[in-house]
Design a protein. Structure first.
Lengths: 261, 577
């Protein structure tokens, strides 16, 4: 199974300038951030699904389908405990289910799912090298940009390592499944320590290997691949600006809230 | 012995010269390197050998300024490329002069395509795009990866990844390339690929420094430097250094097996190939030349080597097939039995299904088809923890198992999970620590121990549960000769004590010297299951599977006999004299 999300396709999103792609990620986060109403979140959700289809990223969305479902379901459920407004449909000491609590919880769940969706879309269409270039063009120093983009590559490796460590502990009779939530979390310390130690070793090895490849010699390294700005990039940037502005207006006019002002 | 006193002209003509390199790590009290000096002629291939902690990697890092620039600590001495001192360069500046390839190929690849990986170092030094494009093709051509430009490096095999790392270094056209144990984590095919590449680079006149544990791999080097305790213990041609058995023993280096045969035959001398060893022997003992025809010895040795199936197997696998989600078939219709007291080696290329098979036995994976029976019970209905006291699994990387603050806590972790009484835990774990030779470090932090010691901690932590079957995944990878011998002596003793052993390995000599039975895997299928002598007699099968037959066995074949160790071969040859 591939551990990275990038898909080497040739869609127009893949061919956008890295700066536009990084800006697109930011705009999607921005747009989702301003609104709570699930209905207001539908257009951007549909936009993501369309983009997933035309970029060929659908298979990554499918791969993470359970994460999307769990995010929406658990968030909706959780807000039944904390959101106590609206005429109750069911009201006990702990659970308050109302149309408002369901809408709010569901909206929050969709919001989180769309943040995840934007990330999956971005990582499916953007190489880590482009991420570095994009950040660099936006004023982030090359070293910082490289470190951020490298972190995206390392997360799947650390996840893989964590699964192996869980297996190793299970084979010595360690029971991760019994006990309450806090108890189970505490048991995962046995996983965190080796993952952390492994991460330190790997980070040290990588840092050495980077130095040995000349990393840090210049603040603005040259790039093998040319990234010219094209009319397509300008059009995409304009569309992104319109999307960001539109969502800000939805927020500003109150249509993004659960109940319009 | 420090033979680093070269003449001034030799040093000036050298591709690289190191003078009086002394270094102490920032958290250490004793130096890791002490006054190391040597000069390397242009186009020379220098092999550096030594036990773990002898200073090999430290020396490599001194050569490209990672020491002291990256590591800190106290450094003294001068490294020169030609006449130019690297003294005032940062490590990233020295990269263009001294290229470095590390053991951990995963940690030195940063890009999402092969061509971007090769370009990475060129980008860092600010090379013009046109020049990068000009250098890209020849660098990939040199390592045999032309046509791979757009491949994702993560999709390459281990050997290909290491060749890619070499290509990215070659693209900078450094004066020297230092390869720090470049094949330790590779399977035999990957090793062969990398050493074939090293041979080609040498023919092109590149100056190479190769650090290795395995003596066989460096037999064709121009020169070998042996480090011991941070000092140069020997420096000379392989013919001299690799025939000094006392020196090799003192420095914990496994003597080349062909040289050992010549030594035991009373001939002495150096042989860097099976042909040369054969010629030397028949020259000294012409009567042995006539004994080649006795090829029936191979067949009879193989025939007598059949391992019958146990009447009461511990593990019975029937028709086992398994695929990872979205992946190809990892195991295809496997039948296998493992009896009490077996010593089984599972061999095959990376991706052949060895580890997947082991994970099926311990219950970390469930079969898609077929079944795994453990002591007559279907494995599918048992959780891994339920059988941890019967079957234990030691992972390839001991750091995946270690999580406690002290060795004692680590070893007692398993028994505590099973709620054993304290006095029982005390008794068992004390015994186990004694068995693995770690009693003295019971209160130490396991993460601060050497890899060999961490490997033994991992073994001890599962032995404390007193399993009847122990599965070891690459138990000697990354260990030096002494640590390998110590680990395998422990494993052999456990087997003699009645524990069945399953050892996943790439090392032919381990199979030859320790295992009694071999299973060869390829693309998820079991190609061979039988005795060790019978296995090494399968010439065509082994060639097809890229499994390297130990040199001693190859030499034995030339004399029409089957031998697994140098002692074994010499005994057989002497019988004929």
């Amino acid at each position: 199974m591939a551990i990275y999300l990038y898909l080497d396709n040739r869609s127009f999103v893949h061919r956008l300038h890295p700066t536009v792609k990084v800006a697109a990620l930011f705009v999607m986060f921005w747009s989702v951030y301003w609104v709570d109403n699930p209905i207001a979140l539908v257009p951007i959700g549909l936009l993501m699904l369309w983009l997933a289809r035309i970029t060929g990223s659908w298979r990554n969305f499918y791969r993470y389908r359970w994460y999307f479902a769990i995010l929406v379901a658990t968030t909706t459920l959780m807000w039944m405990f904390f959101y106590r407004q609206g005429a109750p449909l069911i009201d006990t000491r702990f659970i308050h289910i109302s149309r408002a609590s369901l809408t709010y919880g569901f909206g929050r769940g969709i919001k989180l799912a769309e943040l995840l969706g934007a990330s999956v879309l971005f990582l499916s269409t953007t190489r880590v090298e482009e991420f570095t270039v994009g950040l660099s063009k936006l004023g982030v120093s090359y070293r910082v940009g490289f470190a951020i983009s490298l972190a995206f590559r390392l997360v799947p490796l650390f996840m893989d390592s964590a699964f192996t460590i869980v297996d190793a502990q299970k084979l010595r009779g360690y029971d991760f499944e019994s006990g309450g939530f806090a108890e189970r979390m505490r048991k995962y310390v046995k996983v965190v320590i080796p993952v952390f130690m492994g991460a330190l070793r790997r980070a040290n090895n990588m840092a050495m290997a980077l130095e040995a490849r000349g990393f840090g010699l210049r603040n603005n390294p040259t790039t093998l691949i040319e990234y010219p700005v094209t009319a397509r990039d300008i059009a995409a940037a304009a569309a992104l600006f319109a999307l960001a502005a539109g969502y800000f207006m939805i927020y500003y006019t109150g249509y993004g809230a659960i109940s319009p002002r | 012995m420090n033979t680093g006193l070269q003449t001034a002209s030799a040093v000036e003509d050298a591709a690289l010269s190191a003078a009086d390199l002394t270094y102490t790590y920032h958290d250490a009290t004793t130096p890791a390197l002490r006054g190391v000096s040597f000069a390397q002629a242009r186009g020379e291939m220098v092999g550096i050998m030594g036990a773990s902690g002898a200073g090999k990697s430290t020396l490599a890092k001194c050569l490209n300024r990672l020491i002291p620039e990256f590591e800190g600590g106290q450094f003294h001495g001068i490294v020169r490329i030609g006449r130019r001192s690297l003294e005032h360069l940062r490590a990233c500046e020295a990269a263009a002069e001294v290229g470095m390839v590390f053991q951990d190929f995963e940690a030195q690849l940063f890009s999402t395509s092969v061509q971007l990986e090769v370009a990475f170092a060129m980008e860092q030094v600010g090379m013009e795009r046109a020049e990068m494009v000009r250098r890209l093709g020849p660098a990939l051509e040199a390592v045999g990866l032309a046509g791979f430009e757009h491949r994702d490096p993560t999709s390459l095999s281990g050997g290909e990844k290491q060749r890619l790392a070499i290509a990215s270094v070659l693209a900078l056209r450094p004066s020297i390339i230092v390869l720090d144990e470049p094949t330790t984590d590779l399977d035999p095919e990957g090793k062969a690929e990398v050493f074939a590449l090293i041979g080609r680079l040498r023919e092109q006149g590149l100056s190479l420094i190769v650090i290795e544990h395995e003596s066989e791999e460096l037999l064709r080097a121009d020169r070998i430097i042996i480090l011991r305790g941070g000092e140069v213990a020997a420096d000379g041609p392989p013919a001299r250094v690799m025939t000094d058995f006392e020196l090799l023993e003192r420095c914990d280096i496994r003597p080349p097996s062909l040289n050992r045969v010549l030594h035991l035959m009373g001939i002495g001398g150096h042989a860097d190939s099976v042909d040369k060893a054969y010629d030397a022997i028949v020259r000294a003992y012409p009567s042995l030349r006539d004994t080649q025809a006795r090829g029936d010895e191979v067949a009879s040795a193989a025939a007598s080597d059949k391992t019958g199936a146990s009447e009461h197997p511990m593990v019975e696998i029937a028709g086992l097939s398994f695929s990872y989600p979205g992946g190809a078939r990892a195991l295809d219709n496997i039948d296998l039995t493992i009896g009490p007291g077996d010593f089984l080696a599972i061999v095959g290329q990376n991706g052949s299904g060895k580890t997947t098979l082991a994970k099926q036995i311990v219950g970390l994976l469930r079969p898609d088809e077929g079944r795994v029976m453990l002591e007559g019970r279907d494995r599918a209905i048992l959780r891994p923890a339920e059988t941890a006291r019967e079957v234990a699994y030691v992972f390839q990387n001991p750091d995946h198992q270690i999580s406690a603050a002290t060795v004692w806590d680590e070893v007692t972790f398993g028994p505590r999970n099973f709620g054993m009484q304290e006095d029982e835990i005390e008794r068992r774990c004390t015994e186990v620590l004694e068995a693995v030779g770690l009693t003295d470090v019971r209160d130490s932090d396991p993460f601060l121990l050497s890899k060999g010691e961490r490997q033994r901690v991992a073994v001890a932590s599962v032995l404390a549960l007193r399993p009847r079957l122990l599965i070891l995944d690459e138990p000697t990878t990354g260990l030096d000769h002494r640590e390998q011998r110590r680990m395998m002596a422990l494993v052999r003793q456990l087997n003699r004590d009645g524990i069945a052993i399953v050892m996943i390995t790439h090392a032919p000599w381990l199979v030859a010297e320790y295992a009694r039975r071999v299973v060869l895997m390829r693309k998820g299928r079991k190609l061979f299951d039988g005795g060790v002598a019978e296995f090494f007699a399968q010439h065509d099968l082994l060639s097809r599977s890229s499994f390297r037959v130990p040199e001693v066995t190859q030499l034995g074949r030339r004399f029409g006999t089957m031998a697994l160790t140098a002692e074994d071969l010499v005994a057989r040859l002497k019988e004929r004299l």
